[in-house]
Design a protein around this ligand. Structure first.
Ligand code: MN
Ligand code: MN
Length: 218
């Protein structure tokens, strides 16, 4: 079960309204690397995990991602301000001004609705953790792009907090991957002769990579 704590994970207080930046931030609410995707991906993956420690960690991070989703929604709400002003918003966020009465929608920065297609679940913990590590890295990169494009100190502080949390998750997933590195799809990884071949198809002057010393991912 989940509990609702009325206090947000971290203070969210913007310096002033900015509907245009609210539209850009929608990417981290309803986009491919956003908070809803992260929460749904980790929760969906958790159900068949046998390692109790990794299962708990997966659900703890999923729950935290929901609190990130709450923080991003609070940011968007404050940035949208109190008045409908669609002419100050970019394409995606126009929906917020003409349809949802300034409530953040589950849409990305271009107005495309969130989809479960963003969620990766294979039932193989090695493949799933590699997916999660990459997802955290992408979430961080998107936050960095957003950070560079806003001067508002309150917004910057919240984005900085969130991207540091994604780094923490990234480290946790890497640690979990290390723990189960020799299981599932990683078992017997890269042991056949074919798995060590490099096809040097670049001509002229192609360089052949030596795959013989590559070890399984961990
Ligand atoms: Mn997050
Ligand atoms: Mn995360």
């Amino acid at each position: 079960m989940f509990l609702h704590d009325k206090k947000p994970l971290h203070t969210v207080k913007v310096d002033g309204p900015n509907p245009k930046f609210a539209a850009m931030l929608q990417e981290q609410l309803g986009g491919a690397n956003g908070e809803l995707k992260a929460a749904m991906q980790y929760m969906s993956q958790s159900f068949r995990i046998k390692d109790p420690e990794i299962k708990d960690m997966m659900l703890d991070i999923a729950a935290e991602e929901l609190s990130h989703m709450e923080m991003v929604s609070m940011l968007i709400t404050q940035l949208n301000g109190g008045e409908l002003q669609a002419n100050q918003a970019t394409v995606g966020e126009v929906q917020t001004h003409v349809l949802t009465g300034l409530a953040p929608g589950l849409i990305n920065a271009s107005g495309h609705p969130w989809t479960a297609d963003y969620v990766n679940v294979t039932g193989d913990l090695v493949a799933d953790l590699l997916s999660d590590i990459a997802a955290e890295m992408r979430a961080k990169v998107v936050y960095e792009y957003l950070y560079r494009q806003i001067d508002d100190k309150g917004v910057r502080e919240t984005i900085d907090f969130l991207l540091n949390r994604e780094e923490a998750h990234n480290q946790l997933f890497r640690k979990a991957l290390g723990k189960i590195a020799q299981t599932g799809s990683s078992r017997d990884f890269g042991v056949t002769e074919d798995s060590k071949l490099y096809f040097n198809l670049s001509t002229p002057g192609g360089q052949a990579f030596d795959l013989s010393h590559i070890h399984p991912p961990h």
